[in-house]
Design a protein around this ligand. Structure first.
Ligand code: PGA
Length: 253
């Protein structure tokens, strides 16, 4: 069995100014004592460049990410931000197809797929988010939804490209609600996702793929989730906004 890295990412959503972001990073880095996991923060666009400088100054291994990107490389798209711009600003990774993007901003699997390809083109690691809604879960459609999101969002990718991305399983009903998935249910979903990846891209790609869990992760539930074989990390929203609670989650890895 391949040993996968544990990856814990904070998703700040639309929180924190440039100053707040830099202060957070400074505080977090001072708390971290050689963490076993790979740690990252997905910050607002405006804070990317300053946080990248801060990370460099602190000589930290913290990864820096954005929360979204454009599906086109450049052009007359007022308000959009390209993969090249993110990379230049210092991003290592980018969240793609977060459920808030899919539901509030109507992002389809096809759009997510184009964004994934844009990110990969410039060497940014996409963290592709998938997960079912409460209604879909009640109707017993979780596996169908995951199937469609995997094959739609990752369509046309080569095995090599698959080795350069990560997935995050985030049941929509668990995001920001305090209703965390049971570790057993989450582990089942992760195992199913890995089986789909194996079906299409083979065993090696599936075994190496990091699949994070997201949705109401807190210091109290992080350990039970991370103990599961197929759960390789966490995507943390609310509990990543305070350095202390984020650090408490990180120490569970
Ligand atoms: P939450 O958000 O931890 O606040 O539920 C997770 C996410 O949206 O990535």
């Amino acid at each position: 069995m391949q040993q996968r890295a544990t990856v814990i990412i904070g998703n700040w959503k639309m929180h924190k100014t440039i100053m707040e972001s830099c202060a957070f990073v400074k505080h977090l880095v001072s708390l971290l004592k050689e963490p076993k996991a790979t740690i990252g923060v997905a910050v607002p666009f405006t804070a990317l460049s300053a946080v990248a400088d801060q990370i460099r100054k602190l000589d930290s291994k913290l990864l820096l990410g954005a929360q979204n990107l454009s599906d086109v490389s450049h052009g007359a798209y007022t308000g959009e931000i390209s993969s090249t711009m993110l990379q230049e600003a210092g991003a290592d990774f980018v969240l793609v197809g977060h459920s808030e993007r899919r539901h509030l901003f109507h992002e389809s699997n096809a759009l997510v797929n184009r964004k994934v390809k844009r990110a990969l083109e410039v060497g940014l690691t996409p963290i592709v988010c998938i997960g079912e809604t409460a209604e879909q879960k009640e109707r017993g459609e979780t596996n169908d939804v995951l199937h469609n999101q995997i094959f739609g969002s990752l369509e046309g990718l080569t095995a090599h490209q698959m080795e350069n991305l990560m997935l995050a399983y985030e049941p929509v009903w668990a995001i920001g609600t305090g209703k965390v998935s049971s570790p057993l249910d989450a582990a089942k979903a992760h195992a199913y996702i890995r089986s789909l990846v194996q079906e299409k891209w083979g065993k090696d790609v599936a075994n190496a793929l990091v699949i994070q869990y997201g949705g109401s992760v807190k210091p109290e539930n992080a350990k039970q989730l991370l103990e599961k074989e197929d759960i390789d990390g966490l995507l943390v929203g609310g509990a990543s906004l305070e350095p202390l609670s984020f650090e408490q989650i990180i120490t569970k890895a």
